[in-house]
Design a protein around this ligand. Structure first.
Ligand code: ARG
Length: 468
């Protein structure tokens, strides 16, 4: 069955049928298609375009189809159609007969698919927010449990200054919290009804679009029919939100891949999220993290692909737009999967605080604190920096840390060397405690971050209705 047979003679080349079908992907829209059709049929009834018995028959047919699809998750097995819209119309005609031929009065697949896409985008943002909330909760849980653990902080992946491990985790909390914000923005912008836009110019029947919008749960009606049927911002923007979230996940994964390597040994992944080698018996590989990092890469490609599809399209609808589904579904699925995995890996991560602390000594991470202490005694910072730099150079050459330094040795480079400076040089705890500004790594400040994070997670969990 075709929705457009009249003008054509003969059959389409089966190769072309195959090439152009979208049912294999857009079958995921089936419940949205039925819901939109149901609301639209009622709108046609209210507009007196359909008679009440026609509306009743069509509505009953759509409801029956809906039950059938909901009852059987494998409803699409062995089915073929140009797209899900064609499949629904065909099945409806089977059930209710000729009246089904009135279904698409005044509407096009162009406004239909745009409407379903927006419904999907809105639901997907909620699902993604839920998954993000779980990851936020896992990060927060670990931060709370390990509030005082000191981790060597890096810049350029070179040991820099001590930070609290909790502070490190909460850095990702901030990124993922902004991802939640982006999804909310994305959902709010997608929240308008295309239906009634027709193929491009607006429907010629007096459909009450405001009411239709309310019935389908849209905040408002799309103001321009050309825009509504031919732009896919909602898709591109959601893909961007997913891609950026995956970039955040990928950086986090990369950190943990490094930190779990024996050379670092700061953390250890649970066995449940690691794999072994078929050849090397000793191996424990962080494949869960590597897959997250890899999928972030492919998702960036999907976003770029979507932008490239859009860039040359003349208004209004073009079939190129059908390509949005592959990118959209792949993007949302990959991000949901990665978020769930990340939450689990985080919640089950084991820390090795002794290894972290040892590296703060080995890497001279309290060098800045030494210079700062000299500054407090009146030495200009540039000079303090020079003195401590020379001391580090000496220690590195001798294969020592600040811990193995004698007072006599130290005084050669830092004339003011005394017991207090010695204590500063070897205490990462003192170093973090000093950084007591808003956003700093001092335990008091991190406790404030945790309190705020707790409110964020509680709020998110309260506002996000459970999936169902
Ligand atoms: N499968 C199509 C899509 O996803 C539905 C719209 C088809 N419209 C058309 N004018 N051929 O874009």
């Amino acid at each position: 069955m075709k929705l457009w047979g009249g003008r054509f003679r003969g059959r389409r080349d089966p190769q072309f049928e195959n090439f152009s079908e979208s049912f294999s992907l857009d079958q995921r829209f089936v419940l949205y298609d039925l819901r939109v059709n149901f609301a639209y049929v009622n709108a046609l009834g209210k507009a007196r375009v359909l008679k009440p018995p026609e509306v009743r028959r069509l509505a009953a047919g759509l409801e029956a189809l809906c039950r059938k699809v909901q009852r059987n998750p494998r409803w699409a097995r062995g089915q073929a159609a140009e797209d899900v819209h064609t499949w629904v119309e065909r099945e409806l005609e089977r059930r209710v007969g000729d009246v089904a031929r009135k279904l698409r009065t005044g509407r096009s697949r162009n406004d239909l698919v745009a409407t379903e896409t927006r419904l999907y985008v809105k639901d997907a943002t909620l699902e993604l927010e839920r998954a993000l909330a779980e990851l936020l909760a896992a990060l927060l849980g670990q931060a709370r449990r390990h509030l005082q653990v000191v981790l060597p902080g890096y810049t350029h992946l070179q040991p820099a200054q001590p930070i609290l491990f909790s502070h490190y985790l909460l850095a990702y909390f901030e990124m993922f919290d902004r991802d939640v914000g982006r999804l909310k923005d994305c959902c709010a912008r997608a929240d308008e009804l295309p239906m009634g836009a027709g193929a491009l110019a607006g429907t010629a029947f007096p459909v009450n679009r405001e009411r239709l919008a309310r019935e389908l749960g849209f905040a408002r009606v799309a103001r321009n029919s050309l825009d509504a049927t031919s732009e896919r911002d909602a898709v591109t923007e959601l893909l961007f939100a997913c891609a950026l979230c995956m970039v955040h996940l990928s950086r986090w994964a990369e950190d943990l891949i490094i930190y779990s390597s024996p050379g670092f040994g700061y953390v250890e992944l649970a066995d449940a999220y690691s794999t072994g080698s078929s050849l090397m018996p000793q191996k424990k590989n962080p494949d869960s993290l590597e897959l997250i990092r890899g999928r972030a890469g492919t998702l960036l490609g999907k976003l770029t692909g979507m932008l490239a599809v859009m860039k040359g399209l003349p208004l209004a609808y073009n079939r190129d737009l059908q390509e949005d589904k592959d990118a959209l579904f792949a993007g949302v699925d990959a991000t949901l999967g990665a978020l769930t995995m990340a939450a689990r890996v985080t919640a089950t991560l084991r820390l090795h605080p002794k290894r972290m602390k040892a590296m703060t000594q080995q890497g001279f991470l309290m060098a800045t604190d030494l210079a700062d202490e000299l500054v407090r005694r009146g030495v200009p910072f540039a000079e303090a920096h020079e003195q401590v730099g020379k001391l580090v150079r000496h220690c590195a050459a001798e294969g020592k840390t600040f811990q193995g330094l004698s007072a006599g040795e130290a005084t050669k480079f830092v004339p003011a060397w005394d017991a207090k400076l010695q204590a500063v040089a070897v205490s990462p705890e003192r170093s973090v405690a000093r950084r007591d500004v808003i956003g700093g790594t001092a335990p008091r400040q991190v406790a404030r971050q945790i309190a705020r994070a707790e409110r964020t997670v509680a709020e998110l969990r309260r506002k996000l209705p459970r999936a169902g």
